[in-house]
Ligand binder design. Structure first.
Ligand SMILES: NC(=O)C1=CN([C@@H]2O[C@H](COP(=O)(O)OP(=O)(O)OC[C@H]3O[C@@H](n4cnc5c(N)ncnc54)[C@H](O)[C@@H]3O)[C@@H](O)[C@H]2O)C=CC1
Ligand SMILES: O=C(CO)COP(=O)(O)O
Length: 335
């Protein structure tokens, strides 16, 4: 018997892989795809050819291009569009969201201009309270999840009962969710690690080895924790799956789009050439500017986001970024 209906809005690689988790956990899933041909591929070929080729989708997943059909009767609504497009997409979705449905963000970015996290954008545009907004974040590279390799994640909501309800809705044989009430910590961990992965990718592209990448990962965690704690996160969140876990997975994996983007920069490709070479999103390439602004507003030193943002803007080279990290003024480690 089905647990209920879940609408998944966004049929990219993570929207599709997470739909498989939900289907494996006993939900009926209706995906909304921006392009009609992606919905057709999911319904007719049982495969998302553009974003998750070679993976067979379970029968409990169907797809539509029509938001009203996707959302009708869904008590859980999962949002998986690129972060910078969320605000523009919400008005097409919100009229069809059931009045008591919970909205769950899978997105790992910070909005340019407003410096808002995705849960804040949902709350603002939809005038929705924190008890109906949740976040799922952790070391969850889409293709590994789609292959049903074992993985864990965090379901965060200010209302612990809602987090527990969502936990049971997405606990599948291969996917183990934990709960948290620290929405801010989970979201910042998810957005920040993308920028650190860009930086690690640059180091790899420049030909550096494990000392360099481990140093960047560790200082990236320190930098993430510094900003998140200033904004009110629980420091333990950053030591957990949505912090350290996701940071390690993304910075270590050639499957990561952010790490790959950085690697191509390190090898000498331009930002424009990299954008032209893929249709998939590398959230950190945009969120480095918004996280930098958030850090500046908060009075927190954030050398990794600052330097990555400068590379993306074309102000410094990847080699200059590495030199600057080593040569800038020294300090105590816990600073
Ligand atoms: N792929 C992964 O392994 C994971 C991704 N995420 C996060 O999930 C979010 C979605 O990422 P993916 O599914 O991986 O992205 P993707 O690049 O695989 O797919 C993006 C999807 O959004 C659609 N899209 C593109 N522009 C759009 C627009 N302006 N309006 C509406 N839809 C648009 C595309 O057609 C596609 O369906 C991101 O925030 C990402 O950081 C989180 C965990 C894992
Ligand atoms: O968030 C992710 C893994 O948890 C996916 O990272 P990329 O977007 O860099 O592929």
């Amino acid at each position: 018997m089905s647990n209920g209906k879940v609408a998944v809005l966004g049929a990219g690689s993570w929207g599709t892989a997470f739909s498989m988790v939900l289907a494996d956990a006993g939900n009926d899933v209706t995906m909304w795809a921006r392009r009609e041909e992606v919905a057709a591929s999911i319904n007719d070929k049982r495969e998302n050819v553009d974003y998750l080729a070679g993976i067979e989708l379970p029968p409990a997943i169907s797809a539509t291009h029509d938001p009203e059909r996707a959302l009708a009767g869904a008590d859980v609504v999962v949002l998986a569009v690129p972060s910078q497009s969320l605000r523009d997409n919400l008005p097409a979705f919100l009229p069809y969201v059931e009045s008591d449905a919970v909205l769950v963000s899978l997105m790992k970015g910070v909005e340019l201009g407003t410096v808002k996290r995705m849960s804040e954008v949902i709350a603002e545009v939809g005038d929705i309270g924190p008890e109906r907004i949740a976040v799922i974040s952790g070391p969850n590279l889409a293709r590994e999840i789609a292959r049903r390799e074992p993985a864990a994640s965090v379901v965060a909501c200010a209302d612990e009962d809602v987090a527990t309800m969502l936990q049971s809705r997405c606990h599948s044989p291969a996917f183990r969710p934990y709960t948290s009430v620290d929405v801010l910590g989970c979201e910042l961990g998810g957005a920040y690690k993308n920028v650190v992965a860009l930086c690690v990718g640059m180091a790899v592209g420049l030909g550096f080895g494990d000392n360099t990448t481990a140093s960047l990962i560790t200082r990236g965690l320190a930098e993430t924790a510094r900003l998140a704690m200033r904004l009110g996160a629980n420091p333990l969140t950053l030591m957990g799956l949505a912090g350290l876990g996701d940071l390690v997975a993304t910075c270590s994996s050639p499957l990561s789009r952010n790490r790959t983007f950085g690697e191509k920069l390190g090898q000498g490709m331009t930002v424009e050439e990299i954008y032209a070479s893929t249709r998939q999103v590398a959230e950190g390439a945009k969120s480095c500017s918004s996280i930098r602004a958030l850090a500046e507003q908060s009075g927190v030193e954030a050398p990794i986001v600052q330097h990555v943002d400068e590379v993306l803007a074309g102000d410094i080279t990847t080699s200059e970024l590495m030199q600057s990290f080593i040569q800038r003024d020294t300090k105590a480690e816990i600073d």
